[in-house]
Design a protein around this ligand. Structure first.
Ligand SMILES: [Zn+2]
Length: 236
C-alpha cells in the first residue's frame, strides 16, 4: 500500500498506545479492567462464525440488489452493540481492532474470496469530530485477518440523515447519490478504475442494506466485477 496509508496506520497505533497510557482500558462489554474488550466478551462478536454462508435471516426478499453477498458477525445487541457504541460515540478507537478481526474471521469463513476491502465512509464532519473513520479502521483490522488489502475508495458527497431515523423507503432515498469514488474529478469520463475487481464493502451496522447497495452501484459503475459486503452487526 502507499506511504500515506502506512503512515496513517503507524500514527493510529501511536494514538492507541497514547490512549492506553492515558486511560487504563476497561472492557466495553462488561466493564472489567485490562482490555478494551476482555477475553470473556470477545466470543460474542463471533456469534455467527459457524453459521453457513448466505443465510440472510429476515432480510426482506433476497440480498439487496446489486450486491452479490451480504454477511455479518453477530446481531446488533449486547457486547457487540456496546463495543460499536464506544467506538463510534466515545472516541475509543481501540475497539476497531477486535471488531475488525471478527469481520475478517467471518469473511474468511463465509465467502468465496474477494480482491479488496472498501469501507463505507462516514460523513466528513463525523470523521472530523472523532478523529477517525470507524469503518476504515474496521476494514484495515479485518484485512489483516482475512488477507485482503483495504482501501478507502469511496467518499460521501453530502450529508445524509442517520438511517435509523427513517423507514425503509426513506432510507433508500436518503442515500441515493450520496457516495462517489475519491478523486473522481481527476479521471477521464468513462474511466473504469476497478475493472475486473471483486470488491468487499465493510460497514459497522447493516440495516436494510440500502447504504451498501448505493455504494455497490458506484463501484460497479467504475468497472467492479462484483460487490459483496460484510458488516460487524445486523440490526433486527
Ligand atoms: Zn468483558
Amino acid at each position: 500500500m502507499d506511504i500515506v496509508a502506512e503512515l496513517g496506520r503507524g500514527l493510529g497505533e501511536l494514538a492507541n498506545r497514547a490512549l492506553d497510557l492515558a486511560l487504563p482500558a476497561t472492557c466495553a462489554g462488561c466493564g472489567v479492567e485490562g482490555a478494551a474488550l476482555c477475553p470473556d466478551c470477545r466470543p460474542a462478536l463471533d456469534a455467527r462464525l459457524d453459521q453457513p454462508p448466505g443465510t440472510i435471516l429476515g432480510l426482506p426478499g433476497d440480498v439487496p440488489e446489486p450486491l452479490a453477498q451480504v454477511e455479518w458477525c453477530s446481531s446488533f445487541g449486547g457486547v457487540t452493540r456496546r463495543a460499536l457504541h464506544r467506538l463510534k460515540y466515545a472516541g475509543d478507537r481501540r475497539l476497531a481492532e477486535p471488531l475488525g478481526e471478527a469481520v475478517g474471521r467471518r469473511w474468511a469463513r463465509a465467502s468465496a474470496g474477494g480482491d479488496l476491502l472498501v469501507p463505507v465512509p462516514a460523513s466528513p464532519d463525523r470523521v472530523r469530530d472523532r478523529g477517525y473513520d470507524q469503518a476504515e479502521l474496521i476494514a484495515r483490522a479485518a484485512g489483516r485477518v482475512c488477507g485482503l488489502p483495504a482501501a478507502p475508495l469511496l467518499e460521501r458527497t453530502r450529508r445524509t440523515t442517520a438511517q435509523f431515523d427513517l423507514d425503509r423507503q426513506a432510507r433508500a432515498g436518503n442515500v441515493a447519490g450520496a457516495f462517489r469514488m475519491r478523486g473522481d474529478g481527476d479521471d477521464e469520463p468513462g474511466t473504469r478504475r476497478l475493472a475486473g475487481t471483486w470488491i468487499v464493502l465493510v460497514d459497522d451496522v447493516l440495516t436494510t442494506g440500502s447504504t451498501l447497495a448505493e455504494c455497490a452501484r458506484v463501484l460497479l459503475d467504475h468497472g467492479a466485477l462484483a460487490v459483496s459486503a460484510v458488516a460487524v452487526a445486523r440490526e433486527r
